[in-house]
Design a protein around this ligand. Structure first.
Ligand SMILES: *Cc1c(COP(=O)(O)O)cnc(C)c1O
Length: 526
């Protein structure tokens, strides 16, 4: 086949149809067949398969390439639709959005300018408006789709920084330049906020000392009394708080900072309030919308549709209450978006973005809303939040585990605790081991994190197909791996399952030390 036959155009529509259908068929088979979220393959095993592919020798036809793709990718990929994938904030996807993905890459609109997009631009703008309405922003609001929460946070903080500089210049009696203001800028955010806040501060030319951490209460929500004290301290030291970043759904705990109180403090201090709702944005369409009360008072908001709206990566947005603040990212290029286009009301979205060429990710959300509707998304999210509350009950009644907080959203941070209680180092070790062993088995995938210096395990539930019995089964697997490790490596007993523990408790207690795997124990004894 000639190279030109691979170009998608009027003469190749049939090839396009056949190619895509073959690809869809492969994926459908894989998804239908996956009996576990992962095969457990290691980087060392998979790397040679990929490096053995000779990129100088094309296969020529899609069927052969798809066949090859089975072993370099599809066979060992991590499958998020599987109910025992419980690790990260990457969601199972809804079919309307996947349809959108196929359409948008074939048409290949680029949303930087109207003359590369047309309707795509209007659809994106409509969805930005839809989102700001859900947030409760007024008519002056605006925003833009981005590649993810990291980029949304960066852009929001860039706008906050430039607003802070503008105000500092305006209020100064002596002429001030931006480089003189930058060292005085501070960002206040809770100890549980996302690391992209620090990354953004660095990218924005601020030093590592620019991000001040506000402590959280025991539910991992920002302590507003500490925030108030920190705002006062900054003021007395002639520092400029350019933004307070509140988190609506922390990555580890799903905790939501007290938004109304934070809004009051920001208003009093005249400080930009950013709400990072990368994870919690699903509440915008849920019956728990009240958990976001106060978000409408923010100056900017980050939402990740690719986390709690069941959209494929990537799909995110940054929203601002005052559209004029977006001018801080407006640059005109003669070849692309000349100033006269803006004067003639040609909607060039690049004027509001830190990207230039940009995907039409909004189409996925559009088709999702048009096919299943916002309530449909909200129902799915509510279901995982309900399930997490049930799972919390399960965990908190299970003597094998201890759980950190009662969740507001859909994560659970917990750890396996040996009995009798062992030193911290050993608890860390068995929990890390359990996670790795489980990952290597491919039977389930869970995450790990660190809380107050200790290693914990984490479930992030985003799949309504995950049942309580899936969760119970994964807990058993974790306890099995942890118990086996204790026995094999340390000669210690593992813990019983909860029902056995309860009967042991009724029988008088001490029987909690049980022999998980007899052969290993007797080997040690012998
Ligand atoms: C995931 C997450 C981010 C980063 O978003 P990406 O889409 O991964 O770039 C930011 N903030 C919070 C609270 C998150 O959970």
């Amino acid at each position: 086949m000639s190279s030109r036959s691979h170009l998608l155009n009027d003469r190749t529509a049939e090839t396009y149809r056949r190619s895509l259908t073959a690809g869809v068929e492969r994926v459908a088979q894989r998804i239908a067949r996956a009996d576990r979220p992962f095969t457990g393959i290691t980087p060392a095993q998979l790397a040679p398969v990929v490096s053995d592919v000779n990129l100088e020798e094309p296969l020529g036809d899609p069927a052969a390439a798809l066949e090859e793709l089975e072993k370099v990718y599809l066979r060992d990929a991590v499958y998020f639709h599987h109910p025992r994938y419980l690790a990260h904030l990457n969601c199972p996807v809804v079919i309307p959005a996947v349809l959108g993905e196929a359409v948008l890459s074939a048409v290949n609109s680029s949303l930087d300018t109207w003359d590369q997009s047309a309707g795509g631009t209007l659809i994106e703008r409509r969805l930005i408006k839809w989102t700001t309405d859900r947030i409760g922003f007024g008519r002056a609001s605006d925003g833009i789709f981005t590649s993810g929460g990291t980029q949304s946070n960066l852009q929001a903080l860039l706008l906050a920084r430039d607003e802070a500089c503008r105000l500092a210049e305006k209020n100064s009696t002596t002429p001030l330049r931006k480089p003189e203001i930058l060292p005085r800028l501070r960002i206040l955010t809770s100890e549980c906020s996302h690391f992209s806040v620090e990354k953004a501060a660095t990218l924005l030319g601020l030093g590592p000392e620019a991000v001040l951490t506000v402590p959280c209460d025991r539910n991992r929500r920002m302590r507003t009394s500490a925030l108030a004290a920190e705002l006062e301290r900054c003021e007395s030291e002639d520092l400029v708080v350019m933004a307070v970043v509140a988190t609506a759904g922390t990555t580890d705990f799903g905790s939501i900072d007290p938004l109304p109180e934070i809004a009051d403090l920001c208003e009093r201090a005249g400080t930009w309030m950013h709400v990072d709702a990368a994870y919690g944005c699903g509440l915008l369409v849920s019956r728990r919308r009240h958990l976001l009360d106060g978000i409408e008072r923010a100056d900017s908001v980050t939402v990740d549709y690719h986390k709690s709206f069941f959209q494929p990566v990537s799909s995110s947005a940054v929203l601002v209450r005052d559209e004029t603040t977006l001018r801080h990212v407006t640059y005109h290029a003669d070849y692309l978006n000349p100033a006269r286009a803006a004067e003639n009301s040609i909607p060039n979205q690049v004027d509001k973005s830190i990207q230039t060429t940009r995907r039409f990710d909004a189409l996925k959300l559009w088709l999702t809303l048009r096919i299943m509707g916002a309530d449909g998304i909200g129902e799915l999210f509510d279901e995982v939040v309900d399930r997490t509350a049930d799972a919390w009950r399960l965990l908190s009644e299970d003597p094998r585990f201890e759980v950190v907080t009662r969740p507001q959203l859909s994560t659970l941070v917990f750890r396996y605790v040996p009995h009798p209680a062992e030193g911290t180092a050993l608890i860390d070790e068995v929990n890390l081991h359990a996670r790795e062993a489980l990952f290597a088995s491919g039977e389930a995938v869970v995450a790990s994190t660190v809380v107050d210096g200790s290693h914990y395990l984490k479930f992030t539930l985003l799949n309504p197909e995950t049942s309580l019995s899936d969760i119970a089964a994964v807990l058993d697997l974790i306890a099995e791996h942890a118990g086996r490790h204790l026995t094999e490596q340390h000669g210690l007993p593992g813990r019983t399952d909860p029902s056995a523990a309860q009967s042991a408790g009724r029988a008088g207690g001490a029987a909690l030390r049980h022999t998980q795997s007899g052969p290993e124990l007797s080997r040690r004894a012998g």
